[in-house]
Write a protein that binds this ligand. Structure first.
Ligand SMILES: [Zn+2]
Ligand SMILES: [Zn+2]
Length: 735
């Protein structure tokens, strides 16, 4: 008798025992998706293990295998165990994350088509039967002999006959029609030029050697590749992957946001061709299903994708690369709330795969792990091809406003440099991390400010569409012409977004061709690549954008970068505000001067003496971290401690607050004395979509002990129906 331990699709944090019926013996394995009776209905679940017997007396048998027969590899099942424990999430959420939704859903199948093939007997019979064929039948048969098996519909169409002709040939035993799986190829229309390995600089060669050493030792080491922007990290990844493939193993490459990194993806496909599977959000369900199946069946050896690509079903993994490892997008914001970089390190350990974390500005977490010897650090301090690091200068906008009589969007310095670039036929990127036209709509008479009722946050004005939009919940409405409260026609828009920058820039530089890239106007995968291509080809002189343009792009003719308001990120209520601003400025600045001419970066700010700006000015990563890390230690913030956040949300503020207080009351007596508690407090964004939000923050102590406690005190508890409680371990967003 065999008993299967099953987690069902109810989001529960426990497993149930089921009998494996004789009819399914040998087919039900750990990782199998099964259908099980549950109460009066049936549910889908995953087998997480098998055992001899159960201490429950009456077990129900498993009803059957889920229709698609999808199977989670055992190595990923082990990773899911770790994920559920560490991130304190229901077991089923962790197991489910190992399969893409489209594979799990069971609705999408492999695409099949009828293929016409020559019957084995046809070749010998040809002479004898030829006389009995009609001209059309003969034409079809000859085409098939000449061209080989092909889709039936294509064959008939190309030869101008109906399928009845083919069927007649089938009846004569000359042709067989087979049902075959065909792949949906997401790259069918893309042309990628093949590339060959480049010569490495001494630093790059040393980095490659360090990775190669770990690959050979199969020690699961973590290597922090800290290289300045433009130092050729991608070439190191490519050659390391080649080493990995040569040893018969597979590789995963994680990129922060795949739609934003088309150039990086192209480089992998250019080097490795069909062996690369690219998983991105632009794929159709069918393409996604086929790509996963291709990896699962061992027909691809490299997966490039965003965070979930980490769960690629490889059996013999040798290398995981996490590019731009400091990026917040690696953290998943819904359950399971995992951080792909940290899970990559764990998968590497479990499967003896080398993990390479690459960044010009590592996260403070990785930086600290390198300092204390958990990770090996390798430095790339020079740009390739003798490019210079860009010159960065700060412009004090307080002084600028005093000189010009009022606050300015463009400083005179930035204007002059931009004019100069336009005259020389060079390109400029303007960066502002806030979209829309104006961030506030205010009445000059009664002081009314238009705000979203569900989020209690002021609307952003989008001028082109004449709309007010809530950036938290997406609610949009027609912008009123007069004040809705007093009827005053004098309304003022204040605060500047990218849309306004575009309008102002076009007035200042009427001859320039200007394009804007932010999530308002970049709604399809095509619009990204079209705009980037236009900029690369020089048809656009000035590119304006949000953080979307800060990442991994390479434009040799772009010699000027303007950061319009460096202070935006510094004002957020977040202990990482300074770190993020430093990272973002360094990344944006890195877009300048990647060709033959030197780059220049102008950073406009109201706080020119802030350390994040001063160290970015000097390209001094170690200097900045050398100041930031002791501050975090002194204040007891990550990476000096672990942090856990408990979110409580619901429609009634009093009930939300009371639930949060109850949770804390249950936790507090059991917390280790070194754990610092703050809250329950309203979240910095206190309301979104009509849901009031409270937080409890825990810092310090042993994260595993804390996790076990939270599992009992939060996860195992039932709360009122419309109250949502979530645990976020190592949160990235504190809002
Ligand atoms: Zn008014
Ligand atoms: Zn809203």
């Amino acid at each position: 008798m065999a008993v299967a331990r099953v987690v069902t699709d109810l989001g529960l944090d426990r497993e149930f025992d089921y009998l494996v019926p004789d009819s399914l013996h040998g087919q039900v394995r750990p990782g199998s998706r099964v259908v099980v009776p549950f109460g009066s209905s049936t549910r889908t679940g995953y087998v997480v293990g098998l055992k001899e017997r159960s201490h429950y007396p009456r077990l129900k048998p498993i009803a059957g295998l889920a229709s698609d027969g999808a199977q989670i590899p055992v190595n990923l099942l082990r990773l899911a165990d770790w994920l559920a424990q560490y991130y304190c999430c229901p077991r089923e959420h962790a197991v489910r994350a190992m399969l893409p939704a489209v594979v799990r859903g069971g609705q999408v199948r492999s695409k099949r088509r009828a293929f016409a093939c020559l019957a084995p007997a046809a070749a010998q019979q040809k002479g004898d039967v030829a006389d009995s064929l009609t001209p059309r039948q003969r034409r079809l048969l000859e085409a098939l002999i000449r061209q080989g098996s092909q889709p039936l519909a294509d064959l008939c169409q190309a030869n101008g006959v109906t399928s009845a002709v083919a069927k007649a040939l089938v009846a004569k035993g000359l042709v067989v029609i087979e049902d075959r799986v065909v792949a949906r190829d997401p790259f069918a229309e893309d042309v990628v030029l093949p590339t060959t390995p480049l010569n490495l600089s001494a630093e790059q060669a040393a980095a490659l050697a360090a990775i190669g050493e770990s690959l050979a030792a199969r020690d699961g080491a973590v290597i922090l590749l800290q290289g300045v922007t433009g130092s050729g990290k991608t070439e190191v990844y490519l050659q390391a992957i080649q080493h990995c493939l040569d040893s018969g193993r597979e590789a995963i490459v994680l990129v922060p946001e795949i739609a934003l990194t088309p150039q990086t993806c192209e480089r992998f496909r250019g080097r490795f061709g069909d062996r690369v599977s690219v998983m991105h959000s632009g794929l159709s369900d069918g393409e996604r299903f086929d790509e996963w199946t291709r990896v699962h069946q061992g027909r691809a050896a490299i997966v490039v994708g965003a965070r979930s690509a980490l769960f690629a079903p490889f059996q013999n993994l040798g290398l995981i690369v996490v590019d731009e490892e400091h990026e917040s997008t690696y953290k998943q914001e819904e359950s399971p709330r995992y951080h792909a970089r940290d899970v990559a390190v764990v998968r590497g350990k479990l499967e003896h795969a080398t993990v390479v974390l690459g960044s010009a500005t590592p996260s403070l977490e990785s930086y600290q792990n390198a300092l204390n010897g958990k990770y090996r650090r390798v430095l790339l301090t020079h740009r390739v091809d003798h490019c210079e690091m860009p010159t960065i200068e700060l412009v004090d906008m307080t002084a600028e406003a005093a000189m010009q009589g009022q606050a300015q969007i463009f400083s005179r310095r930035l204007q002059a440099l931009l004019e100069d670039r336009l005259g020389r036929g060079e390109q400029t990127i303007l960066f502002l991390n806030r979209r829309g036209y104006a961030t506030q709509f205010m009445c000059t008479s009664c002081g009314f400010v238009a705000a979203c009722p569900d989020c209690e946050t002021s609307y952003t004005y989008h001028r082109r569409d004449q709309m007010l939009c809530c950036h938290l919940c997406g609610r949009i409405l027609q912008a009123p012409k007069t004040c809705p409260q007093c009827g005053n026609p004098e309304v003022r828009y204040s605060g500047v977004g990218t849309e306004k920058i575009e309008v102002v820039a076009q007035i200042l530089f009427p001859r320039a061709v200007i394009a804007r890239m932010d999530s308002d106007n970049m709604t399809t995968r095509r619009s990204y690549s079209d705009t980037l291509e236009a900029f690369r080809a020089g048809r656009v002189h000035v590119l304006i954008g949000t953080q979307m343009i800060a990442k991994g792009l390479h434009f040799p003719n772009c010699t000027l970068v303007g950061v319009l308001n460096a202070d935006l990120g510094l004002r957020l209520p977040d202990f990482r505000a300074s770190e993020r601003t430093f990272q973002l400025l360094t990344q944006v600045a890195g877009r300048a001067g990647r060709g033959e001419r030197a780059g220049h970066v102008v950073v406009q700010t109201y706080s020119p003496y802030h350390p994040a700006l001063q160290f970015a000015l000097q390209h001094d990563v170690d200097g900045f971290y050398g100041e930031e890390l002791p501050d975090r230690v002194a204040l007891g913030f990550p990476p000096a401690t672990h942090m856990v956040m408990i979110h409580v949300r619901g429609p009634e503020p009093a009930q939300v607050e009371a639930t949060a207080a109850e949770i804390l009351a249950a936790l507090q007596p059991r917390l280790a004395p070194e754990v610092k508690v703050s809250g329950p407090l309203p979240a910095p964004i206190a309301k979104i979509r009509g849901q009031y939000r409270y937080q409890i923050t825990l810092r310090g102590g042993n994260i595993r002990t804390l996790g076990r406690l939270l599992r009992e005190a939060v996860l195992a508890r039932r709360f009122a129906k419309d109250i949502e409680v979530a645990v976020d371990v190592d949160p990235r967003s504190l809002l």
